[in-house]
Design a protein around this ligand. Structure first.
Ligand code: FMN
Length: 349
């Protein structure tokens, strides 16, 4: 009986995966029907995207305290400040929203240990100090300065506003050395049985955090797992670690925050932004004598449920990928992994 059931199930799966799609590719509408009636492969992503959107809009509209809005709008204002030529009056359509978020989020005490607060403060101060006359700007300027009137501790140090990069700050890293680093980094799967110091990993994450992200939102976080019990559970969740999972001393799970967006159109940014940062992270780890291996996190419901539970992820959060980290075992080999030829990957115009 079970055999017949399994056989029928297998046949239906083959029909659903190989035959049916051919008939549903006629248009985006038909594709949607396919994913409504025959496949739930996008269901969890859609749910997380919607959860994030609702959370975002709730904080934006009701609490007026959406930190991603404040970051994004501060970024947009900064772009206005560095425009050539700078328009005398701009940001009228979002300055009220920005000041709303600022006055609700602003915490003077945080300025000393969270430089992003200083950035909000300095960019908005500069905007109001340099804007041309306008009734909306005047109204928001009053609200802004009223909120920060007690704040004076940051007047003396360099402002976090657009600047010209100083020649003296140019890093002394030659292309040859950088290329050497990119060639030296290889996915490491054999590690020494040696604890990875948290302060070293933090240094690498600090470097990763300098990576570009859309509108500077930084919509991800690193869950660093080094507790042996938790590590055993988390490291065994991805499928791509077979054969070497026992020797992984630390696992990083990169988690995307979909509440960074008010619109579905931006749903891919958690993957793009996190991936850019992850590459920086892996190179930074190499400079600190640590090796790493990126590990795939495929969209598989059963595994996601487990990961969500063990890391206590919110519904708008999605694991993007994992990364094994540790001191490389010098006697462990790395794959040669020859890369594509330049002419294969590059076309001008
Ligand atoms: C998104 C992504 C997922 C990966 N998943 C795995 C994995 O599950 N298991 C594994 O051993 N390596 C994994 N890798 C490592 C790749 O196999 C490796 O990067 C590739 O073969 C090139 O080798 P290199 O990193 O040494 O240059 C992954 C890499 C990336 C970028």
């Amino acid at each position: 009986m079970i055999r017949y059931f399994n056989k029928a199930n297998g046949l239906f799966r083959a029909f659903k995966d190989r035959i049916l799609p051919r008939y549903f590719i006629a248009s985006p509408f038909f594709s949607s029907l396919y994913y409504i009636f025959f496949s739930n492969d996008f269901r969890r992503e859609q749910h997380a995207v919607l959860q994030g959107k609702v959370l975002h809009l709730k904080e934006l509209k009701y609490n007026k305290s959406n930190v991603y809005t404040l970051i994004r709008n501060t970024h947009r204002i900064e772009k206005g400040l560095l425009m050539r030529p700078r328009r005398p009056v701009y940001a009228l359509d979002f300055i009220t929203e920005t000041v709303d978020a600022f006055v609700n989020i602003w915490d003077q005490k945080k300025m000393s240990d969270d430089l992003q607060y200083k950035w909000f403060h300095d960019v908005l101060s500069e905007y109001f100090a340099t804007s041309g006359e306008n009734a909306i700007v005047e109204r928001e300027k009053k609200r802004f300065f009223n909120k920060i009137k007690e704040t004076n501790s940051y007047r003396i140090i360099k402002k976090s506003i657009p600047y010209e990069r100083a020649k003296a700050d140019i890093p002394q890293i030659s292309y040859e050395e950088f290329y050497k680093l990119t060639r030296y980094r290889r996915s490491v799967r054999w590690f020494l049985d040696k604890k990875v110091p948290r302060n070293i990993v933090d240094k690498a994450i600090l470097a990763a955090n300098q990576s570009p992200t859309a509108c500077n939102r930084q919509p991800f976080e690193y869950r660093v797992i080094d507790d042996p019990e938790l590590l055993k559970v988390v490291a065994n969740l991805p499928m791509g670690v077979k054969g070497y999972v026992e020797g992984i001393p630390m696992m990083i799970v990169v988690v995307g925050n979909l509440d960074a967006y008010f619109d579905e159109r931006d749903r891919h940014l958690i993957y793009i932004d996190a991936s850019l940062a992850n590459m920086t992270l892996m190179l930074a780890l190499e400079t600190l004598s640590l090796g790493s291996c990126p590990i795939n996190w495929p969209d598989i419901e059963e595994l996601e449920v487990k990961m969500d539970k063990v890391l206590k992820l919110e519904k708008h959060q999605r694991a993007v990928m994992c990364m094994a980290v540790g001191y490389p075992d010098p006697s462990g080999k790395v794959a040669y992994s020859e890369k594509k030829n330049l002419n294969t990957i590059r076309k001008y115009n």
